[in-house]
Design a protein around this ligand. Structure first.
Ligand SMILES: Nc1ncnc2c1ncn2[C@@H]1O[C@H](COP(=O)(O)OP(=O)(O)OP(=O)(O)O)[C@@H](O)[C@H]1O
Ligand SMILES: [Mg+2]
Length: 459
């Protein structure tokens, strides 16, 4: 059976042209299925003749903050003149091609679709879903990016993000997804614990008698990681002298043990992590530029929890299930509300610790109640609700205006976001989401149905 791919011709009036494209796909056993609404498809092709405000609205709706993959295909390369491709990327297109630019556009489109499908299948697998929790677009983008890097490249990866955002979790996923035949271990080296005097031995190993106390020969991290992955954690803390020592082995994959003159070869995948901004460190002369570029062939930045609050309750549920697998208690609405607005300076680690503490106090049966929140955690009765507009709201509006969105579109995006977040916080329970949004269940249902019918169409 032919593979079906959702598509949309946006402003392509020429019937013959549309038919020619459909036939070109059909010859490769791909059937293009027309969809009225792009904002529900996982993947979608949008063919267009020129860039217009309407096209941008369509692409933005289809991309849903990066969740949907949209391949924008211009029928002629002229349509992409004057930085057109960039503006389409900015509105949410995953990639942009010109139909007349390539000798085999169907193969180019097909290769992208196949890759995306493969990545998404891994993202949906229990291995990923059960260990890396989060539904927010920001988190899902990170997971998708990690899967792609881990499975389809062997390039070094630098993971950045505040403390407790999941850097080690991501590093472990990269190792797990690595498909090398005869893959060996993941070796974790915490750069904050390396004593400069012993660093040579820690990293490269030593020969017997290389220094006082070296009673036996020993392998270092680079030898142990041979055939596997070396995770250099907190790499931003490496003193300059050690950075210089690492450069060669990271670059050439060769090193000498302390006390030896023989070059050894090692084959490892390098994953490094830091909560520092290494570009700033580099500008300040504290981190070597050459080492940075060696380590950062691929970059993955983990967003802080405050930028993906809709992940809080799913994470809470995940931790409760891990800690009380037999009878995981639910939470009262007051506890949910508190957890959703609390600040988490230590990000997911903070949240995990709070859940652990609540469970220590909880007496079953029944849900976790406000009394289970440890005393030192409790907000004052008149606790100040943080100003919601402060959280990047003005910035988002500013960007939207800059990108040409009007009041109507901004309003609709805000309503859609409120609906999406309320539903996520209510774990898909329509009734609870409606009550949060201050509308009736029926009104919420109708809104969703209306959006399905025509919500994403340019007006
Ligand atoms: N998305 C997630 N799903 C499930 N658990 C998570 C997620 N993100 C983080 N965690 C958990 O939170 C804790 C902190 O994560 P991790 O150690 O990976 O963070 P980190 O960024 O390496 O922190 P640090 O900078 O302090 O070393 C771990 O117990 C981890 O399992
Ligand atoms: Mg860590």
């Amino acid at each position: 059976m032919a593979k079906e791919v959702p598509h949309l011709f946006f402003g392509v009036e020429n019937r013959a042209q549309r038919q020619a494209i459909q036939e070109a796909f059909a010859r490769q056993d791909v059937s293009l299925v027309e969809i009225a609404q792009t904002d529900i498809a996982d993947v979608c092709l949008v063919f267009f003749t020129e860039i217009s405000a309407g096209l941008c609205v369509e692409l933005r709706a289809a991309s849903r903050g990066g969740l949907g993959r949209v391949l924008a295909v211009a029928l002629t390369s002229q349509a992409l003149a004057r930085r057109g491709a960039w503006s389409l990327l900015a509105t949410g297109a995953t990639d942009v091609l010109a139909w007349d630019y390539s000798t085999n556009p169907v193969a180019e489109v097909g290769a992208r679709l196949a890759r995306w499908a493969e990545v998404d299948e891994i993202v949906r697998s229990p291995l990923v879903q059960e260990n890396l929790v989060g539904h927010s677009p920001a988190w899902r983008r990170v997971v998708r990016q990690t899967v792609e890097i881990a499975r389809f490249t062997d390039a070094p990866l630098l993971i950045t993000g505040e403390s407790g955002t999941g850097k080690e979790l991501i590093a472990r996923l990269v190792h797990t997804l690595d498909q090398r035949a005869a893959k060996r271990d993941l070796v974790v080296t915490d750069c904050t614990t390396i004593v400069p005097e012993l660093s040579g031995s820690e990293f490269f190993g030593h020969e017997r008698g290389a220094f006082t106390g070296a009673v036996a020969a020993r392998d270092g991290a680079f030898a142990l990681a041979n055939g596997g992955t070396l995770f250099l954690d907190e790499v931003g803390e490496l003193p300059p002298m050690l950075q210089a020592e690492l450069l060669r082995v990271v670059q050439e994959h060769t090193y000498k043990r302390v006390g030896s003159n023989t070059w050894q070869k090692t084959d490892f995948r390098l994953v490094a992590a830091t909560n520092r901004n290494l570009l700033d460190e580099q500008a300040a002369g504290r981190f070597r530029r050459d080492l940075y570029y060696r380590m950062a062939a691929c970059l993955c930045h983990l967003p802080p929890l405050r930028d993906r609050r809709e992940d809080i309750l799913p994470l809470v549920e995940h931790f409760i299930e891990k800690l009380r697998p037999d009878a995981p208690p639910s939470l009262t609405d007051a506890v949910k509300d508190y957890l959703s607005v609390r600040e988490y300076p230590g990000n997911v680690r903070d949240l995990k610790q709070l859940v652990t503490r609540m469970l220590l106090r909880h007496v079953g049966p029944g849900p976790i109640t406000v009394g289970d929140i440890p005393e030192d955690e409790r907000p004052a009765a008149d606790f100040e609700i943080p100003d919601w507009r402060g959280n990047g709201f003005d910035h988002a509006i500013h960007l939207a205006l800059q990108q040409g969105l009007g009041l109507k579109e901004i309003g609709r995006e805000a309503e859609d976001a409120a609906e999406r977040i309320a539903l996520a916080e209510a774990e898909g329970n329509l009734q609870r989401a409606a009550s949060k949004l201050g509308v009736t269940d029926r009104a919420l249902q109708m809104r969703r149905a209306a959006r399905k019918q025509n919500g994403s169409q340019p007006t």
